[in-house]
Design a protein around this ligand. Structure first.
Ligand code: ADP
Ligand code: MG
Length: 298
């Protein structure tokens, strides 16, 4: 899935732990084969190949994932959009950009993006991308979904506690053998060596933010997450951490808050039950949603 997974389980023996971790890995690989847009044989690739041509019948599992993604698009007014995948890669973060792309190029780069042109038919379990050249991708939701599924499987196998860490997207359940809750350390990307908060967790905590990936024009910082509605990189935020009952939702919302920006982002999160977030702005300010209190004392 383009990211490392680290799996921790509570078990009576090493043998049992290894067995359960093996099961989790198989489940994650199964999901990768289903949702990957670079494996030519995946259901997702089949949908993309038939953009502008015909609806494609898919498994209920992929169909439901797409429907949930569309719900998040509605909730975020299109800040989250799995059809971002057709976007031209105008913005580069390897130091090779010497000037800002033109307005026209930026506008054109998102011409094929639009979740409203993803047509789903629940009766026939088909998905149709209306326009030629449209593409979907699960980069902002797939890791979370895979982690949720692996977690669910391990719980049903009787594993009392564990953590699935997908490159920093944390999904946990149960408790440590000592009985205490797992904890997550929150760091400020501007001062990485020191965690500014330790929070107990029992579900998912996902951080979106790649402090290294940005370009600067006219002293404005343009981040690696692009607003699929405008083609412009999101601005003002360097990291978003979302707490949610499920990693899939946390994953999607972390990316969404990035795109929505501080004000709209925090406002949306405050309207959702059981969801909290921490935003770090590019000036180093830390903003939390209403029901989250950070103890930042040293
Ligand atoms: P990171 O962990 O690198 O900070 P995220 O978890 O936020 O990244 O996901 C970024 C990935 O999500 C991108 O690489 C891309 O595949 C996908 N993506 C980017 N923008 C959007 C968007 N607006 N809506 C849905 N998916 C997106
Ligand atoms: Mg994400």
């Amino acid at each position: 899935m383009g990211s490392d997974f680290e799996i921790t389980v509570v078990a009576k023996t090493q043998l049992e732990a290894d067995k359960q971790i093996g099961i989790a890995i198989s489940e994650i690989s199964r999901i990768e084969a289903l949702i990957s847009s670079w494996k030519p044989t995946s259901e997702t690739s089949n949908i993309n190949k038939n953009a502008g041509v015909s609806p494609v019948k898919v498994s209920k599992e992929l169909f439901n994932l797409i429907q949930r993604a569309l719900q998040i698009s509605n909730l975020t007014d299109g800040a989250f959009d799995i059809s971002y995948a057709s976007m031209d890669k105008l913005w580069k973060y390897d130091g090779s950009m010497t000037q800002m792309p033109s307005k026209e190029a930026i506008k054109k780069s998102v011409a094929k993006v639009g979740y409203k042109d993803i047509v789903v038919d629940p009766q026939n379990s088909t998905v149709f991308l209306k326009n030629k050249g449209m593409k979907i991708g699960f980069g902002a939701i797939g890791k979370g979904y895979a982690a949720d599924k692996a977690k669910k499987l391990l719980i049903s196998n009787g594993v009392s506690g564990g953590i699935i860490n997908a490159s920093g997207d944390i999904n946990s359940w149960g408790s440590k053998p000592s009985g205490s809750l797992w904890q997550v350390a929150i760091t400020n990307p501007l001062n990485k060596n020191k965690a500014f908060a330790m929070l107990p967790i029992k579900d998912a905590v996902v951080t979106s933010g790649n402090y290294e990936k940005y370009v600067t024009f006219n002293s404005r910082r343009y981040s690696h997450i692009i607003d699929p509605r405008t083609g412009y990189p999101s601005q003002g935020i360097i990291s978003v951490t979302v707490f949610a009952p499920k990693a899939e939702l946390a994953d999607a919302l972390a990316t969404s808050v990035f795109v929505m920006g501080v004000e709209t982002g925090i406002d949306r999160i405050n309207q959702l039950k059981a969801i909290e977030c921490i935003i770090i702005t590019d000036t180093g300010t830390i903003i939390t949603s209403n029901n989250l209190t950070l103890n930042t004392q040293e």
